[in-house]
Design a protein around this ligand. Structure first.
Ligand code: GLU
Length: 438
């Protein structure tokens, strides 16, 4: 099922587009996964302010499988802090198959997104409690993340996972020998707990709320409840970004640039930090174990919208920004601008101008940065606005005053002469002067 030789996303996508994808296979190592139709396909999103949208098979339950790994890691860090958790588990991509029997040079699992790390992570949750209590504890967390929407459990999947889990048992015994678990851990019962967590069910809709809780710094956007600490969320997103997509993680980080985690049931949990959570689900997998349609969706999403972590939000004109530029943003921008003019902060003004801010913006009294700088006598700012930003030298505020009127009123003769010279020079030039970036 895993072991994909195609490590190149363009080639992978080309083959998917042309129907030549060499492997698009529903996971079949257990009958409970094999029974899913390869036609199933759903996408749900939930924004950080609780807006929802769903298309396709978004109410069908499916197992989280490896998508639970970041969630239980978040719970472990929320409860015990980064230092404790990472005294048992590394933070480095392994460069190896997710279920490889292998530890790092300190004899720790590489990270919590591979099986070894996720098994150790399971041992850190409510240590000392029985598995029933641990399971309820994680379920309660997941339900809070999902805003009390559907979170279920497939007992048949759990039983099958346990019966066919030889590799995970091998990893467990190896890690027991290498003393990877906290003292007193019952390794086989940790494995049981690990298999149970893989068999937790969600729908695209409910899991999109979980992803949105991660996007929203740990506060569920549906209930408003703080579920996870900001520290737990930040760690989780960092590791999803570097290690979440099996042996495709580096390419996914490069092409999509967003934290995500996929699972063998065909789910992908995708987080657009501070914007929304998205869950794609479609059972056919590529050879690396990622949902073929899900990868395609994620790639198309960032091709269209400026969500890649390194998209330049201001200058990438070809991409769409679906976020509403609320009045809020405009108010902030005019306040910043006028305050910089008031304090004479030319470097802040240069920064605003370079980020395409309109340097002629007006406040509620129709006053501009030039009015304020003239009234305060900031000659440098007045020169910068006139010469580099080429703003209108004679805007009128709501009382009909121009910047020269301000400079005269407050006795800033140097500013008066700068403005007058500028006006004379421009009236004698051909008048073709247009506003440009500095
Ligand atoms: N239950 C699977 C395992 O531990 C999880 C597989 C996956 O989703 O990557 O092998």
């Amino acid at each position: 099922m895993h072991g994909y030789p195609e490590r190149n996303v363009e080639e992978h996508l080309r083959r998917c587009h042309t129907g030549q994808a060499p492997v698009q296979k529903v996971a079949d190592y257990i009958p409970q996964l094999a029974k899913f139709s390869s036609d199933l396909w759903g996408v749900s999103l939930c924004t950080v302010d609780g807006q929802r949208h769903s298309v396709g098979d978004t109410k069908e339950p499916f197992c989280l499988q490896s998508c639970v790994k970041p969630l239980k890691y978040a719970v472990a860090v929320h409860d015990h802090g980064t230092e404790h958790v990472h005294s048992f588990i590394g933070k480095e991509p392994s460069g190896l198959r997710f279920n490889k029997l292998f530890l790092d040079e300190d004899d720790k699992p590489h990270n919590p997104m591979v099986n070894a790390g996720a098994i150790v992570c399971s041992s850190l949750i409510k240590p000392g409690a029985g598995n029933a209590e641990k399971f309820d504890y994680v379920m309660d967390f997941l339900k809070m993340m999902a805003g009390n929407e559907y979170v279920g459990f497939s007992n048949a999947t759990f039983q099958s996972e346990r019966e066919s889990g030889d590799r995970n048992f091998a990893i467990g015994y190896y890690m027991k020998e290498k003393k990877c678990f906290p003292d007193g851990t019952d390794m086989t019962s940790v494995l049981d707990f690990y298999f149970q967590l893989c068999a937790i069910e969600v729908t695209c809709e409910s899991a999109s709320v979980m992803a949105a809780t991660l996007a929203n710094g740990g506060i569920c956007p549906i209930t408003g409840e703080r579920v996870l600490s900001p520290e737990a969320v930040r760690n989780t997103l960092s590791l999803m970004h570097s290690c979440g997509m099996y042996d495709f993680s580096g390419q996914f980080a490069f092409h999509v640039g967003l934290p995500a985690k996929s699972g063998v049931a065909g789910g992908i949990l995708l987080v657009v930090p501070n914007v929304m959570g998205i869950v794609c689900w479609s059972p056919p997998l590529d050879k690396l174990g990622n949902s073929v349609r899900g990868i395609q969706f994620c790639t198309d999403l960032v091709e269209h919208f400026n969500f890649h972590n390194y998209d330049n939000l201001r200058h990438f004109a070809k991409k769409h920004d679906p976020r509403r530029e609320g009045g809020d943003q405009r108010v902030k921008s005019v306040i910043n601008l006028l305050f910089a003019a008031y304090t004479g902060d030319v470097s802040a003004l240069r920064r605003f101008a370079l980020s395409s801010i309109d340097m002629e913006q007006r406040d509620y009294d129709s006053r501009t940065a030039l009015h304020v700088a003239a009234a305060e006598g900031h000659t440098e700012v007045v020169r910068f606005l006139l010469e580099a930003c080429k703003v209108n030298p004679e805007p009128r505020d709501r009382w009909g005053s121009t910047p020269i009127d301000e400079a005269v009123q407050f006795g800033h003769n140097d500013v008066v002469s700068i403005l007058q010279n500028h006006l004379e020079k421009n009236s004698t030039s051909d008048g073709s002067d247009t506003k440009t970036q500095p």
